[in-house]
Design a protein around this ligand. Structure first.
Ligand SMILES: [Zn+2]
Length: 240
């Protein structure tokens, strides 16, 4: 178990499926990165357009609402750069080769030191709801495979090179929602901001009476092994 203040990252690209994923699982760490002057860019493959229980809503209205909530949350954490892609919520696992190409292109554009994404390898005996969402596993698989094989491989997508996007080798991947946590970040100094950021996703958490208690429990479980009271936990893959 590696417990550190922070990984030595400079350019961080967070690639998640829906608005709110990043704030729940890496929000406290993101705020620390921002506070320390690192460049943090968060990419959302969907606008979460199916994430509403009211059948009178439309996917378009939900998408507009959730993008606004995400922008408010990012402002609380200080994350300055957000990109919303137009993949359909719930359909990423069946979106075809465009998902891998998009992930590769974004990483070649941004040239990050660290990529944060979903752990696609849930493993036994996980089966927790966040890990079962097909969008999470689809984004995680596309991004992890892109980092290892597609982004550094010059024969993948030669049209990228023609457009000035060179192959790139990044330093590490941090996986969220993982059953195999081996890297823990202390978020005591940013936990309150994380709570406010998650609260900004009112369409998702407005019904939850004790949101802070829920997040405190999540943070305690993440740090439980190495004895960090408020933490976020990741599986860390080192590439170079
Ligand atoms: Zn999600």
């Amino acid at each position: 178990m590696d417990v550190s203040g922070l990984p030595p990252a400079r350019r961080i690209l967070i690639m998640t499926a829906h608005p709110d994923d990043a704030d729940i699982w890496v929000g406290g760490t993101s705020a620390r990165w921002v506070d320390d002057g690192h460049d943090v860019h968060s990419v959302f493959f969907t606008r979460g357009d199916k994430g509403h229980g009211d059948p009178a809503m439309t996917p378009q209205r939900v998408a507009t609402l959730r993008e606004a909530e995400q922008r408010a949350a990012a402002a609380i954490l200080g994350v300055p750069r957000l990109t919303f892609l137009d993949f359909a919520d719930g359909e990423l696992a069946w979106s075809g080769p465009g998902l891998a190409e998009t992930a590769t292109r974004l990483i070649r554009q941004e040239r990050p030191d660290t990529v944060v994404t979903h752990d696609p390898y849930t493993g036994a005996p996980g089966y927790r709801e966040p890990q079962l969402h097909p969008d999470h596993r689809a984004v995680g698989l596309a991004v992890v495979e892109a980092c290892y094989f597609r982004v550094p491989g010059p024969l993948y997508y030669p049209e990228h090179r023609a457009a000035g996007l060179e192959p790139h080798r990044l330093r590490e991947i941090l996986l969220i929602m993982s059953e195999h946590v081996d890297h823990v970040v202390d978020i005591a100094t940013t936990f309150e901001r994380k709570v406010q950021a998650v609260r900004a996703h009112a369409s998702q958490f407005g019904h939850r009476a004790d949101l802070e208690g829920f997040l405190r429990g999540l943070a305690a479980r993440a740090g439980g092994g190495p004895g960090v009271p408020l933490a976020e936990g990741f599986k860390r893959l080192v590439l170079s």
